[in-house]
Ligand binder design. Sequence first.
Ligand code: HEC
Ligand code: HEC
Length: 177
Amino acid sequence: MRLPILFSLLFAACTGTKGDSGQPNDSSPTDSETGGGGFDTSHDGTCSTGSEWTQGNHGSSKMNPGQACIECHDRGEGPNYKIAGTIMGAIHDPDDCNGISGVTVRITDADGNLTELTTNSAGNFYSNDRISTPYTVQLEYNGITRDMAGAQTDGDCSTCHTQDGKSSAPGRAVVPY
Ligand code: HEC
Ligand code: HEC
């Protein structure tokens, strides 16, 4: 139980909130590998949440967290989505790491229409609502928000938010803290 206590303290120190629920990290690497924000930003191949998807391409709302949902589904098998992705616990979590549940994902499209989604227990979210592009993103968790500064046209978040990040993304889309 040492790490959850540590992370609660860091959480409180960084944000002034209690940090009493949904802490994403219970099997993280050592303190010296953690980044300035308090959560693991290391790159050692483990999942910050300590749990992962192990069922391959078995169809499920919790499948393949961190992978590009739409890119694969558009090859013909999975359902059609306009927006889909995963909110993870740490910026360099590998593919298939379960992310953080209960994060609000707000997509505001080019016409000002708001689509509000909540991540499931894998950290995944998805919608087939029409989204006119470019759209913007805001995340909210425990009252803390985080915005993607730039607007985007591709609704498949994990094409950019890979483990290392592509197209200038810093890595994963992570829970606000
Ligand atoms: C590498 C390919 C691949 C990726 C990546 C992928 N899926 Fe799928 N998905 C599939 C296939 C194939 C099916 C249909 C499987 C079936 O019918 O059994 C499916 C089906 C689904 C279903 C329907 C499940 C059901 O009960 O009918 C959901 C929901 C789903 N995927 C969500 C996601 C989400 C969310 C992501 C991204 C985080 C994702 N998938 C990533 C291949 C993928
Ligand atoms: C075409 C690439 C691309 C796509 C697609 C994309 N992003 Fe991003 N995202 C970026 C880049 C680049 C940044 C860093 C600069 C910025 O904030 O705009 C970023 C930053 C973010 C941030 C802020 C990160 C931080 O730590 O401050 C969040 C949150 C985020 N994205 C969520 C999403 C979500 C959710 C989706 C899908 C609905 C998405 N992004 C789709 C490229 C992308």
